[in-house]
Design a protein around this ligand. Structure first.
Ligand code: HEC
Length: 136
């Protein structure tokens, strides 16, 4: 016999099958951005960031990116941040980095960084690489 809960769920799915499938497809589509990125390939992708970002804790045009995963946005002392970044106290987790790198100005209006990584695979690999780097 069915429990009330599972019956309720079935009824819900029947009432909005389109919503159900949209949610299922969305979760599949967004998964690769966060799963199994290749850090070795991400190191190569980082060449597109290296003109402005160091990995040794030193500020360049932008703040250092070692230790950025899990760090609060706009929090490196002495870095030249936009007021948009300064006022943004979000933590750079994988999802936030993915959103910012896909479209910086859309994710954070007023940011002074214009470089983006339009390919989801590039972002996943780069984030996997950044995760291997400590802030020391
Ligand atoms: C032309 C210079 C330039 C390039 C190239 C560049 N950035 Fe940036 N980046 C900046 C600047 C400037 C900021 C500060 C933005 C602000 O304050 O709005 C920034 C900020 C960031 C931040 C936020 C850091 C923090 O401490 O809050 C991340 C993450 C980031 N960049 C990642 C990247 C990645 C990854 C790449 C390579 C795909 C990249 N950037 C390429 C200039 C650059």
């Amino acid at each position: 016999m069915r429990t009330d809960a599972s019956l309720a769920k079935t009824l819900q799915q029947q009432r909005s099958p389109r919503l159900f499938w949209a949610a299922a497809l969305l979760s599949i589509a967004t998964m690769p951005a966060q799963a199994d990125g290749d850090p070795a390939r991400g190191k190569v992708v980082f060449a597109r960031c290296a003109a402005c970002h160091s990995l040794d804790g030193k500020n360049r045009i932008g703040p250092p990116l070692n230790g950025v995963v899990g760090r609060a946005a706009g929090s490196v002392a002495g870095a030249r941040y936009s007021s948009a970044m300064n006022d943004n106290h979000a933590v750079w987790d994988e999802q936030a980095l993915d959103g910012y790198l896909a479209a910086p100005a859309k994710f954070l209006p007023g940011t002074t960084m214009t470089v983006s990584l339009p390919q989801a695979r590039d972002r996943a690999d780069l984030i996997a690489y950044l995760k291997t780097l400590q802030s020391d």
